[in-house]
Design a protein around this ligand. Sequence first.
Ligand code: CA
Length: 437
Amino acid sequence: MIQRISRRKFLVASGITAVATVASKSVASQAPLGYLAQAAGPETNTIRLGYIPILESAPLIIAEAKGFFKKHGMTDVKLLKQASWGAARDNMELGSAGGGIDGGQWQMPMPYLFSEGLITKGNTKIPTYVLLQTSTQGNGIAVANKHLGKKIGLNMAGARSYIEGLKKANTPFTAAFTFPKVNQDFWIRYWLAAGGIDPDDDVKLIVVPPAQTVANMRTGTMDGFSTGDPWPYRIATDNIGFLAALTAQMWKFHPEEYLGIRAAWVDKNPRATRALLSAVMEAQQWCDNLKNRQEFAEILSRREYINVPADVLGPPLSGRYIMGDGRPEIRDRMMGPLFWKDGRGSVSYPYKSHDLWFLTESVRWGFLKPGANTMAAVNKINREDIWKDAARQLGVPAADIPTSTSRGVETFFDGVKFDPSNPTAYLRSLKIKKVKV
Ligand code: CA
């Protein structure tokens, strides 16, 4: 423990640019192993977890439906569907004692925003840990059919003058995401900015809950949106719009959503936390097993879960996307949502380098102040050490347990690179941004 604390102090003392190199050497390798008596069961068998009806929550749903929570001793997990991200945020503030939740599925960096009191009433700080990534990919940007033929696609450079024309005509392109300053907002901003379109000046950005996105596009109150499967796919199959881009095309195997739980709950219930994580990991392995695909879609389609027909869920689960604008259908399992392993490493393991990207992107758009000691926050909130404990407890082979907290350099579709050991260089390389670096 002494070693860990001194390293943390060093991290606090260092700046944003230098620290990631240190963090890439595993902090968790120093975590005391086996201090949890195997014989002792979880301190509690109950927890209240929120989820949003999109594929990112599938590992939580499967852990419940297939009995993995129970198998690992968490016999009374209350998995609670949330009406919107805003409602999930409010329930997190209430906590289970107030009829809310102890944690659940979050976009990034929501666990950081809770911890810093940036999205709570009265800026109440709710220390929250990032424990596991639920999935990668499986998100997309859908655009209404009235914009067909305007060169809107993955690369937006060709559509730039069209978007500028809409702004001049006082009918700006209106794009929606499901909660501000998190994943979906970032995907839509990255996509526009890569094509030379300033998301703060050239378009209008609004917030819409995931399940209402289809209805809003049908009624014409928005031109585009970014959210999780199956909603973007549904836009194309219902012939309301087309898929401009899959997030898998923008950033292969990108970080997506996470399991995050109140730090107080985790600190009080270390064995229960590891039991929960083991259950979700087992569910993630189940989700990636092709033999389970039909049952997977059937479970998710149930009214109490995502509540859409299994035939709408099935194709995206297999990486099949109708783009809806004449472009060929995508048929590539590695382009769809993945839950346990992708072509690069672990999906489930929460890489610190990914948290760092979300925080760096927050600085890019002026959501967080530059110079904030980003890595210090990551080292406090990201508990990849607990993930590793749980993985070992579950018997995950050593080869499937990452040895570095950094996944290394990330490359985006426009050629931009994010080197976690030098976030400032990434910020400098971006043409459109709200921060001076
Ligand atoms: Ca998402």
